[in-house]
Design a protein around this ligand. Structure first.
Ligand code: ADP
Ligand code: MG
Length: 616
């Protein structure tokens, strides 16, 4: 077991050194997480071995049962974690333990908050777990041998966690890895059996690999964790706390999940699923390159870390796992695409998540509001993506409304219908932000009739509403589009007298608007722009432009409020003054609609000319 060959010294890479420094000096609280990290690595190593052994059963050899052993030596002040997993070659030890080229590192550094407790949790999430050993040790020695390497190709990696590490080739009889921590003077508390048992139970009870500590009799070992997969236990035997602990283990998310659903299905397709609704978005939810998905087990063997085929993309915030015997162990992503069983499970899991959301929305509206804040805009994609479940998803949407002053959107379409007159459409307004929405001129006629309007301010709302034209038999109508059927229009009686004024405006604004007509929408404002049904609105036009295309021109209709003094003034004015008035009325309607002015300088000039007449 000795015969050191070719010992080499390596400097840690810069970012590795930075992380090490942070781990040792600023993440000092809650340092018991080091054991969770080492045990998790040992369990991963077993999963990887089991996976490799599917094709090459000889890798398991005579040592076919997984075991993680934690032992300690009070006299030597060492703590050792060993596993019989896949092991590492010399080069793997150098790459995996000495450099952190993995992309998570930079993000980890950027996401540090200075709040030590949170940061310590982050360590695991970002995959810099091994270095947490240096929180409690001033020297760490890793001895390892790959499952498929001969005994003379073992490796010993050692470091004091400062600038460098050494690597030498050693002979090692067993496959797998042994990590020995030389504990710092202030970390001797971990040389205590009860303490170790408590930490293991807290972090690794459901790990699926048995963890052993030395037994009472010399040379004996005693299993201290449960080691059965939590999801295979009957629901009745599991407490909320079990589910929460398992969620932390699964996701490394320090915040408890909002809700979960655990099901075992035996029928045409057989599977067990455990799905969680997180209470906070994972750091990478909005990144494009994030692979969403559930953990896929085939008969308790982890075969895929993230299989995205089991849920539609609009439910990508869901965390959890599926375990099924109906897929082969060597399943590939390609095979998942086409498998019948996958399609059936996906449809069922989609329903389960929608059930979960409906339950949360009706029983715990405050928690649903938390969900909506983080994931509402993702769920909205389902309206377009999943026509079969459109009505169920629509019921889960939440909006701002003219009837609700809350800062958070919380009005549902059902809330709206419960208050709306029978047979009236569901009215909504699109705006860039809530303040602009609440002051919008398009709301004036609705306000004077005390009719509710939903206020939509999310960037994807116009796109959303293009796919949601009806709910429970009622039409959804944009208040800034087409002609309104609000009954008797404001100023309707004066319509005949108004025709000459409209004709004048049409002439003055020719080429800039499709038409000018008298409005039934306005009470206080002089004018507003109205798009025809089906025309691209501001949001979609910006999206089309951002994608590098030129949207088709859409010329709006200018609706004027004939009773407004500014509009009436057009009749009295003449020449250049009349042109200025008409242009300013159009310009302010564009501003109120959140549209850019074609020529802001010209608008300002005209406005100032008019203002000067009042000022002097
Ligand atoms: P992560 O586990 O998130 O990848 P760690 O810092 O915990 O990050 O571990 C770094 C890498 O070192 C692992 O990805 C793995 O390749 C290797 N490693 C650590 N511990 C073991 C072990 N017990 N057996 C095999 N490989 C290991
Ligand atoms: Mg790890």
């Amino acid at each position: 077991m000795t015969a050191a060959v070719a010992s080499e010294r390596f400097e840690f890479q810069t970012d590795a050194r930075q992380i090490l420094h942070l781990v040792i000096h600023s993440l000092y609280s809650d340092r018991a997480v080091f054991l969770r990290e080492l045990v998790a690595n040992a369990a991963d190593a077993w999963d990887r071995l089991r996976f490799a052994a599917l094709d090459r059963p000889e890798l398991l050899a005579a040592d076919a049962e997984p075991a993680i052993r934690i032992s300690y030596d009070r006299a030597a002040r060492t703590l050792t974690v060993s596993d019989n997993g896949i092991g590492m070659s010399r080069q793997e030890a150098i790459d995996n333990l000495g450099t952190i080229a993995r992309s998570g590192t930079g993000r980890f550094l950027r996401s540090l908050t200075g709040d030590r407790r949170r940061d310590a949790q982050l360590i695991g999430q970002f995959g810099v777990g091994f270095y947490s050993a240096f929180m409690v040790a001033d020297r760490v020695v890793v001895e390892s041998r790959r499952a498929d390497a001969p005994p003379e190709e073992g490796v010993r990696w050692a470091s004091e966690g400062r600038d460098a590490f050494t690597v030498e080739t050693i002979a090692r009889d067993e496959r797998g890895t042994r990590v020995t921590l030389h504990l710092r003077d202030d970390a001797l508390e971990f040389l205590d059996r009860e303490r170790l048992v408590a930490i293991v139970r807290r972090y690794a009870d459901h790990l699926g690999v048995p963890i052993y500590l030395p037994g009472r009799e010399a040379g004996s070992w005693e299993q201290v964790n449960d080691a059965t997969a939590l999801w295979l236990k009957p629901k009745g035997t599991l407490a909320d706390e079990d589910y929460k602990r398992f969620y932390r283990h699964l996701t490394r998310d320090p915040v408890d999940p909002l809700a979960w659903a655990h099901h075992r299905v035996e029928g045409k397709v057989e599977y067990t699923s455990l799905l969680y609704l997180p209470a906070s978005p994972r750091f990478d939810l909005y990144l494009r390159d994030r692979v969403p998905g559930l953990r896929l087990y085939v008969q308790r063997t982890l075969v895929m870390e993230r299989a995205e085929q089991f849920l539609p993309l609009y439910l990508r915030f869901v965390e959890g796992l599926v375990d099924t015997p109906d897929l082969p162990l060597n399943v590939s992503r390609e095979l998942l695409q086409d498998a019948q069983a996958v399609a059936a499970i996906r449809a069922a899991l989609t329903r389960r998540v929608l059930d979960l959301l409906e339950g949360l929305a009706s029983d715990r509206p405050d928690d649903y509001a938390v969900f909506w804040r983080h994931f509402g805009s993702v769920l909205k994609e389902g309206i377009a993506e999943d026509p079969a479940n459109r009505e169920r998803i629509a019921r889960l949407l939440r909006f701002h409304s003219t009837r609700d002053a809350a800062d958070a959107p919380r009005v549902s379409l059902d809330d709206y219908l419960a208050r709306a007159p029978a047979d009236a459409p569901i009215y909504y307004l699109l705006a860039d932000n809530l303040a602009a929405a609440r002051r919008s001129p398009y709301l004036e006629a609705f306000r004077s009739r005390d009719q509710e309007v939903l206020l939509l301010t999310d960037r994807i709302d116009e796109w959303l509403m293009a796919h949601l034209t009806e709910y429970r038999g009622r039409r959804l109508r944009n208040v800034a589009r087409g002609e309104l059927e609000l009954g008797e229009g404001v100023g309707e009686g004066a319509r005949a007298d108004v025709e000459p004024l409209l004709a004048t405006l049409r002439q003055l604004l020719a080429g800039r608007v499709a038409d000018v007509r008298a409005s039934s929408r306005l009470v206080d404002s002089p004018a507003c722009l109205v798009l025809e049904e089906g025309a691209l609105g501001a949001q979609l036009r910006r999206l089309v432009e951002a994608a590098g295309h030129t949207p088709p021109p859409s010329r709006p209709v200018l609706e004027v409020n004939p009773g407004h003094p500014l509009v009436a003034a057009v009749n009295r004015a003449a020449g250049a003054e009349r042109e200025d008035l008409a242009a300013v009325i159009l310009g302010q309607a564009q501003i109120a609609a959140g549209e850019p002015l074609e020529d802001p300088a010209e608008f300002v000039e005209r406005l100032n000319r008019l203002l000067l007449k009042v000022a002097f």
